[in-house]
Design a protein around this ligand. Sequence first.
Ligand SMILES: C[S@@+](CC[C@H](N)C(=O)[O-])C[C@H]1O[C@@H](n2cnc3c(N)ncnc32)[C@H](O)[C@@H]1O
Length: 289
Amino acid sequence: MGNATQPIEMAGNGAPSAAAPRDHFSQIAANWSYFGPPLRPSPSDTAVVQRAVARLRAGARTVVLGLTPEIVGCDWPADVRLTAVDHSPSMIQALWPPARGPKNAEAIQADWCAMPIESGTIDLVAGDGCYVLFAHPHGYAALTREVRRVLRNGGHFTIRVFLRPDEPESLADIAHAVAAGEVGSVHALKLRLLAALHGSSGDGSRLDDVWQAWKKLPPLPATLADARGWTAEEITGIESYLGMAARYFLPTLREFRQSVGAHLREVECAFSADELGERCPTFVLTRDD
Ligand SMILES: C[S@@+](CC[C@H](N)C(=O)[O-])C[C@H]1O[C@@H](n2cnc3c(N)ncnc32)[C@H](O)[C@@H]1O
């Protein structure tokens, strides 16, 4: 494990950049193995990252935002230098060293908005869903600026982003879809609830509001859950949102492009064919001085 730095929770304009507390993920880590796509990357999402990894030059320096096993476990060039950056000591303890990853990969405890990494030195930064934890627009801008700072000119940033649709769904729409068997997984249901509740109790979506909305849905008969492959553990996983004041921020596609486009150039925006793939594209962006 490398350096430890103090987390920075403020964006440059003095506004809070992060909307979830530092121990947020360790509070839900006990249930993390029961999270699945779209809340975790699917094989087709990971394939986009793998293509960027395959293009790396010999001796490339790379940064992973977080410890996402699907990213760290990509097929990296043998001589790559990979640094995983995560601000939570308990998450690092739980997930590091990884089951699969490049030789000599290191994890450092630091904030993504203040990485102890020299400017202009990184060939690839990769992350999954990281923006959702930042307030929009100032937190989003703070993260993009820091990623741009560490990238060398021509370096790439792969990031899967959770979006809300242009046309919001209502909770009644979602209840109908559940009853009609049109929601394939409890993870997709969570993402739909998060998007539907966006802005309903302030900026972003408060996790406790998602839990409250889930409790008001018509209960799923156990047999129906079984028939769809929803396990009891996955279903109770949503219980971890109970009482959580943390907020997730889901921009529209246009809002995300506007925010990130001020700092990085878009090379690719890949939508998977998986459930809600249209709401979770993986972007490949580049620093283009
Ligand atoms: C990468 S995110 C999202 C999870 C991801 N979708 C996955 O499949 O693993 C989760 C991780 O980000 C870390 N994290 C959240 N905000 C952070 C920040 N501002 N700086 C550094 N690490 C952060 C958490 O501690 C957690 O380990």
